[in-house]
Design a protein around this ligand. Structure first.
Ligand code: FMN
Length: 220
């Protein structure tokens, strides 16, 4: 079982989404009796992908590197590598903090790499069609405020975006673990503990359909 593990938080060792995504990977490895050699890891904050350029996108489509600078050629190779890794993995684990109601720019840059028409999705007469085989995706979502209530859901451009863009590629088997309201410092540890317990209690041997697992806002 090959796991592609992506982190995108800027918070280093204090990051909630990193702690969650790391625990998810550990649980997967344990449940499937695999070792860390099965994991490809990318820290997108430490090593940000280049922003997508018209030159790189054209070269990816045409497979023609002629006339490109060294930097442009490296960008094209990086896009191919990101797409290859997406196709090759059996499971995808992504740490997704909410920044300014949406996802971190470095994660968006990776999304822009993997969303390539003709490679990971295609346009048909009946609309776009995903070209990546469905596989389990585990999202470690963290955010300072609360966005899972009927009143606040409209501001969520983070989880909603991740689900819609992954489904464009054919990826709909998405499980979200969510730590929210962690901006309240006095509840931070308690909320992290609660979501860690949810991750540990999850049935890691099985696949699951799209749903969200949320840490309740107020302690009960
Ligand atoms: C640049 C930046 C923007 C943020 N924007 C929001 C936001 O719009 N809404 C929110 O609830 N929290 C926001 N936060 C708080 C983070 O979502 C929260 O700290 C979360 O834990 C970040 O995940 P991490 O711990 O993995 O870094 C922001 C934090 C940063 C650093």
């Amino acid at each position: 079982m090959k796991i592609l593990h992506i982190d995108s938080s800027m918070a280093g060792e204090h990051s909630i989404s990193r702690a969650m995504s790391s625990l998810i990977v550990q649980q997967l490895l344990t449940a499937h009796q695999q070792d860390e050699n099965q994991v490809i890891y990318h820290d997108l904050y430490a090593h940000p992908p280049s922003f997508l350029s018209a030159v790189a996108m054209k070269a990816v489509r045409s497979a023609n590197l002629e006339g490109l600078s060294d930097k442009e050629q490296a960008d094209v190779r990086a896009i191919h590598q990101a797409i290859d890794e997406l196709f090759a993995c059996d499971v995808l684990v992504i740490g997704v903090p909410m920044y300014n109601h949406t996802i971190p720019a470095v994660l968006h840059a990776w999304i822009d790499q993997i969303c390539q028409a003709g490679k990971t999705f295609r346009y048909t007469e009946t609309g776009p069609e995903g070209l990546v085989a469905n596989k389990p995706i585990y999202i470690a979502s963290s955010r300072g405020g609360i966005y899972s209530t009927a009143e606040t859901l409209q501001y969520d451009q983070q989880e909603v975006f991740m689900k819609s863009i992954l489904s464009l590629l054919g990826l709909q088997d998405i499980q979200i673990f969510r730590a929210e309201g962690i901006g309240l410092v006095e509840q931070r540890e308690q909320r992290l503990l609660a979501v860690q317990q949810q991750i540990q209690a999850f049935s890691w041997g099985r696949n699951h359909q799209v749903q969200a697992t949320s840490v309740p806002f107020m302690a009960e």
